[in-house]
Design a protein around this ligand. Structure first.
Ligand code: BJ8
Length: 426
């Protein structure tokens, strides 16, 4: 970290000792997992810097933005439209929830058999180690899975800035209307706390900024279809994780720069792994920072991850908002249209997710799919059988892994992953 931020963290109410411990563990993990990789693109230096300053400089930027009268909004789900937050001049940050920290504290409020992602939200909050959750003017929950839905009721007693958005469960006309109404209510909430009105200009600008960010990651995705893969799955995942924290314009610029570099690699037929390296698509639950366990195991076993069918990945970033309309109601309609296409497993039925996985296998020339679930995540665990059947029908090898954030099962997962890689290498 470039500066000593102790005073800032103290003022935010962090537990400095616990926080230092967390940063120490993360710093070492980052060194071992990311910096130890070979043939990394030069452009990854930017993302390394962002990660090294994720609790430092970025938090300072958020606090500076607040001093200028801008609101900071924390989110946990890709259904929260960043476009509206930007339109009121706000800053949107996705809160991580990807580490096993403070679980003993979290389990005082949540049943033990709650998914690790939800426990992590509580662990970071209760352990006083997350400067983001301490900086927000609004924390947005959403009624997606039952676990999150009920957990927000409890989180609301611990955090006074929580706002919960209702969510449809079916892709019906009524479901779409519900989402539209919820986005309208969210717009009003944002306008009230920011004291700024959404108008055509700022809304179009918000849409354009987020569309550009998505276009940049679409460009990155396309480049990953090349063989040899020009970037590791770990680095590509990191870029997808930083998507949620960084300033969106600066991020877009950095992703486009790395894409320029990767284009040269593709033209020269060079990559991070040899041409015959088995190619794997990951599908399932989102992998929030610093959840790197599965990709690390896969790539250490000499396979390359070429895509993520995940909310920290293509499920979260596919599709743009049509910004050609000339009125706020029409633009709000287009925002609803774009977000309503997200094929999260909370929807029943959810056939477009299957289509998307099959397309991704084809587009990225994957040899197999690793279906990744967090234990106790009912929506994705329930869907994993449906996904597996669809892949079997299409003759695509699949491996189902259910895990959590601990390292206890790492050895067992490694053995299964290595056997799978051997199977798809033949
Ligand atoms: S749109 S995937 S980000 S809800 S892992 S908490 S589902 S029990 S994260 Fe998600 Fe939005 Fe859907 Fe995407 Fe529940 Fe499962 Fe836990 Fe999960």
């Amino acid at each position: 970290m470039s500066e000593n931020y102790n005073q800032m963290w103290t003022e935010l109410g962090l537990d400095l000792k616990a926080h230092e411990q967390l940063l120490g563990i993360l710093g070492q993990a980052y060194q071992d997992i990311f910096l130890a990789q070979k043939n990394r693109p030069e452009g990854m230096k930017y993302f390394d810097f962002v990660m090294s300053e994720v609790h430092g400089l970025r938090i300072k930027e958020l606090l500076d933005a607040k001093k200028q009268g801008r609101i900071v909004v924390g989110t946990f789900c890709t259904f929260v439209p960043e476009e509206l937050i930007l339109a009121v001049g706000g800053v949107c940050v996705g809160l991580c929830a990807g580490a096993e920290f403070g679980f003993a504290e979290a389990e005082k409020y949540l049943p033990r058999n709650t998914c690790a992602l939800i426990k992590s939200i509580f662990g970071f909050k209760l352990g006083k180690v997350c400067p983001y959750i301490k900086s927000v003017d609004l924390l947005v929950g959403e009624n997606t899975c039952d676990g999150k839905k009920k957990a927000y009721e409890i989180l609301g007693t611990l955090h006074d800035k929580l706002y919960v958005m209702d969510m449809p469960q079916m892709k019906s006309d009524d479901g779409r209307s519900l989402l539209k109404v919820e986005y309208k209510k969210f717009q009003q909430k944002l306008e009230a706390i920011s004291k700024r009105k959404i108008n055509i200009e700022n809304l179009k600008q918000g849409i354009s900024i987020v569309n550009n960010k998505r276009k940049a990651v679409h460009r990155l995705n396309k480049l990953r279809a090349a063989n040899p893969a020009p970037i590791s799955g770990l680095d590509a995942l990191l870029i997808n994780q930083v998507y949620f924290y960084d300033d969106p314009i600066r991020y877009t610029d950095a992703v486009n720069k790395i894409c320029d570099e990767l284009e040269v690699r593709v033209a020269k037929n060079t990559g991070v792994f040899p041409v015959k390296t088995p190619r794997i698509l990951i599908s399932g639950c989102p992998m929030a920072v610093p959840n790197w366990k599965i990709p690390m195991i896969v790539e250490n076993a000499q396979a390359v991850i070429v895509g993520e069918e995940s909310c920290v990945g293509e499920r979260g970033t596919q599709n743009l908002v049509d910004d050609s309309k000339a009125s706020i109601p029409e633009l709000m309609e287009e925002i609803t249209t774009r977000y309503f296409k997200i094929d999260c497993a909370i929807f029943t039925p959810n056939p477009t997710r299957l289509d998307h996985i099959l397309h991704m296998v084809k587009d990225y020339k994957a040899d197999g799919v690793l279906h990744y679930c967090l234990q106790f995540c009912q929506p994705y665990q329930m869907e994993s059988g449906i996904v597996e059947n669809a892949l079997e029908d299409a003759n695509i090898p699949a491996l189902r892994i259910d895990t959590d954030y601990s390292q206890e099962d790492a050895g067992q997962i490694r053995t299964r992953v290595e056997a799978f890689i051997e199977r798809i290498s033949r």
